[in-house]
Ligand binder design. Structure first.
Ligand SMILES: Nc1ncnc2c1ncn2[C@@H]1O[C@H](COP(=O)(O)OP(=O)(O)O)[C@@H](O)[C@H]1O
Ligand SMILES: [Mg+2]
Length: 328
């Protein structure tokens, strides 16, 4: 049985659609990457799963985690899911931690309120999880305050905090976006190691398709509130089956590329709320035909992929960097 099943999830805020019929499943221990441009609905998908949608958001459909139906779950059920089920890691660790509490208090607090364990035991567990995310001198760090730690170190503390409840799924929403490239690699390595050692499943949200493909088993590509392609990471880079995935791949900097990444997909991304008949990518799509403008495609199998495209079989492998070199 899948650990997590998202089935026909719709989210609207004030009547404006934000997510449109999002469906996917996650197996125990599996790493799924969710990628897409800013505003495509990645964070809203994570928030719907964690039941942390903004006030006024209405979610319909079905989200099942380990046998519990989350959208219908009461307070007690959700408490159980948060304590030992699903943990979250966000983009900006400084925004998620109280600046006037020490790291030790921060870690112990979560443990003691959820599990009613003693002070000494809480401290022991805090040191243990800090060591698990490779923080040296863990014991001494408990007395440190957030401002005394670098962004990368603080993000490791957040991952350690996420581990305290011994979750089966980690939802990480752009956990490395605010960090420099070296620190990003360290954080990704830690998440990967935890996944291997603890058999943790993970959902890694990023706008960086290459990073996701390098670190996840499977990739789900989002565009304007919808999933447009889902495929194994291994084959996605070689054989994308949606023109949007191909465009994201073409936007990669080439091997000899020195200029910063440029927006390489022509046109403005559609908002999930924009009403449109037919395919939501059609206004920007190089493969567009008449049918795309009138008939909305379903997410359907094409070779080893699931693609929401009438021309899925015609999508060509892009050459990395080609687009930018023209502009450079
Ligand atoms: N609190 C909110 N109220 C209304 N709309 C929102 C709110 N937060 C995000 N949105 C809208 O929801 C859409 C999806 O946002 P989000 O999931 O945050 O995108 P992503 O994480 O992919 O960048 C965007 O169009 C955004 O403008
Ligand atoms: Mg986001």
């Amino acid at each position: 049985m899948s650990l997590l099943t998202v089935d026909d999830l719709d989210v609207a805020i004030g009547g404006t659609p934000i997510l449109r019929s999002v469906s996917f499943a996650l197996e125990p221990g599996e790493a799924l990457g969710i990628v897409g441009e800013s505003g495509s609905g990645k964070s809203m998908t994570a928030r719907a799963i964690a039941r942390l949608l903004p006030r006024g958001a209405v979610a319909t459909g079905k989200i099942t985690f380990d046998g519990t139906e989350l959208l219908a779950a009461g307070t007690a059920d959700m408490r159980r899911v948060r304590d030992g089920g699903i943990s979250l890691v966000f983009q900006d660790p400084r925004a998620a931690i109280n600046p006037v509490r020490s790291i030790g208090d921060f870690l112990a607090e979560g443990l003691r309120t959820n599990r009613k364990i003693g002070k000494a035991e809480a401290r022991r567990r805090a040191v243990q999880v800090l060591e698990e995310v490779r923080i040296s001198r863990a014991e001494a760090r408990l007395a440190a305050y957030p401002h005394q730690l670098s962004g990368g170190l603080l993000q490791r503390v957040m991952i350690a905090a996420a581990l305290l409840s011994e979750p089966r799924l980690i939802l990480a929403d752009e956990p490395t976006t605010a960090l420099d490239v070296t620190t990003q690699a360290e954080i990704m390595a830690i998440l990967e190691e935890l996944r291997r050692e603890r058999g943790l499943a993970s959902i890694f949200i990023t706008h960086d398709l290459e990073l996701a493909a390098a670190t996840c088993d499977r990739i789900a590509v989002m565009y304007a509130g919808e999933l447009v392609e889902v495929q194994a990471a291994e084959t996605l880079l070689e054989r994308p089956h949606h023109p949007y995935t191909a465009a994201l791949l073409a936007a990669r900097p080439g091997m000899t590329e020195r200029v910063p990444r440029l927006p390489a997909i022509p046109g403005r991304p559609l908002a999930a709320g924009d009403p449109i008949e037919g395919c939501r990518f059609a206004p920007r799509c190089p493969l567009v035909i008449d049918r795309c403008r009138s008939e909305h495609p379903a997410l359907a199998p094409c070779e080893q992929s699931l693609s929401r495209c009438w021309r899925a079989a015609d999508v060509k492998v892009p050459e990395a960097g080609a687009e930018q070199l023209d502009h450079a």
